[in-house]
Design a binder for this molecule. Structure first.
Ligand SMILES: [Zn+2]
Length: 404
């Protein structure tokens, strides 16, 4: 079990032991940075508890495991948002480059992680909304079925065109996944959870559970207070502090360690066949986003420089114009996350910062400002332009105080 989760050994061992002793609770929270392995662990946990055998490995040949491997098990529901497009594009490129069976599996799983958000059970009562996407959905499903990991792939040029075509349709679908899981969907999963099933276990995974609005969180709490037997809820978050206390007290919490440079390197080598990559996993996946990654990374450095040198905020006009055009909250989240990476890098490289207590406090204060900015965007839906401007002045003020 958990063969495909790289690193996070203590969590792996704990989960295996609790499954073995039948002590695993019905409500679980996985917290940790993006790309720390929470979803991989959640999906493997779902497979393991639904498997008709005990302790069976990832490639178990029971019906349930076979369905889980291609993410097509009817007893699994997925809700919430993630960076769908980035991982789908990265795995498509891998399939074009390696043409290996494992890359086909990875691609199918990544696309199905998205398709799973469109299960009719989740959209009951909202069929009209869903029907707008039904053409695109069936087309992607049909195209996906033509990709068989066990068979020879189509010729190179045809494959590239085929995958590009799928990805174009994926863009339409990702836009349809709600940024925060609406209360209707939570009520629907409650109904679904109470229905009987033919399988051994039913699993609901809710990603970015910290973004649930109050009504959804309260509705979820009701289910967690009296979970139907045979149903397991797995919540994931990269900001556990934003999950309401009443939910936190109902779940078993597992904290995923941030990916070290070495662990990122191993994952990029083993899964994506990139040797000696210097990118963090976050940087790697973001380089596959539709965002102009070069623009963003240049402006992250410019943002820090401007905060630290007393330059005018006007120097950041291009950046502000960019966020005026791109109002998607994920876009700001991405920017802030990369800004944190840049901050960490400057801290490591600058002895004025890392060798003094004041420097360490400054960095941690700036990091808090960045986190606050991210919460205000995700939870309170404040405008990206307003948040970035406040962040700029707050960071500058802290830096000026430090220099005195
Ligand atoms: Zn099995």
């Amino acid at each position: 079990m958990f063969e495909n989760l790289i690193g996070q050994d203590s969590i792996k061992q704990q989960l295996i032991s609790e499954i073995g002793q039948n002590r695993l609770p019905h409500s679980i929270l996985f917290s940790g940075e993006d790309y720390s392995g929470k979803m991989t662990a959640a999906l493997e946990l779902a497979r393991a508890i639904s498997c008709s055998r005990d302790n069976a490995p990832w490639d178990c040949d029971c019906r349930s495991c076979k369905d889980h491997r291609v993410m097509n098990n009817p007893d699994l529901l997925l809700l919430g948002k993630r960076y769908f497009l980035e991982e789908i594009k990265a795995s498509a490129e891998l399939m074009n480059r390696s043409r290996a069976g494992f890359s086909v599996y990875m691609f199918i799983r990544n696309v199905r992680k998205l398709l799973k958000r469109f299960e009719p059970a989740i959209w009951e009562g909202q069929e009209k909304k869903l029907s707008k996407y039904s053409g695109t959905l069936s087309s992607v499903i049909e195209m996906l079925e033509q990709l068989d990991p066990e068979k020879e792939l189509m010729p190179e040029d045809a494959l590239k065109k085929y995958l590009d075509d799928i990805i174009n349709q994926i863009r339409t679908l990702t836009a349809a996944v709600p940024g925060t899981t609406p209360v209707d969907q939570i009520r629907n999963i409650s109904k679904w959870a109470h229905r009987t099933s033919s399988g051994k276990a039913k699993i609901v995974i809710i990603e970015q559970a910290d973004t649930l609005l109050e009504s959804s969180a309260n509705s979820l709490l009701k289910i967690l207070e009296e979970p139907p037997p045979h149903v397991t809820f797995i919540l994931t978050t990269d900001r556990k502090g934003n999950i309401i206390q009443t939910i936190r007290s109902r779940v078993r919490h597992f904290e995923f360690a941030p990916r070290s440079e070495e662990s990122s390197r191993v994952i990029l080598e083993k899964l994506f066949r990139y040797e000696d990559s210097k990118l963090s996993l976050f940087q790697f996946f973001q380089s596959w986003s539709d965002t102009d990654y070069n623009f963003i990374s240049t402006h992250i450095r410019l943002f820090m420089d401007s905060c630290f040198t007393g330059a005018s905020i006007r120097d950041l006009d291009d950046l502000f114009q960019y966020f005026d055009k791109h109002k998607d909250k994920d876009e700001l989240k991405r920017f802030l996350r990369l800004l944190s990476d840049e901050l960490r890098l400057r801290f490591i490289e600058d002895p004025d910062l890392n060798a003094t207590v004041e420097g360490q406090i400054l960095i941690s204060d700036i990091q808090n400002e960045i986190n606050l900015c991210s919460s205000n965007s995700q939870i309170y839906n404040q405008s990206s332009l307003f948040l970035l401007e406040s962040l700029f002045y707050n960071v500058r003020e802290k830096y000026e105080a430090f220099c005195k």
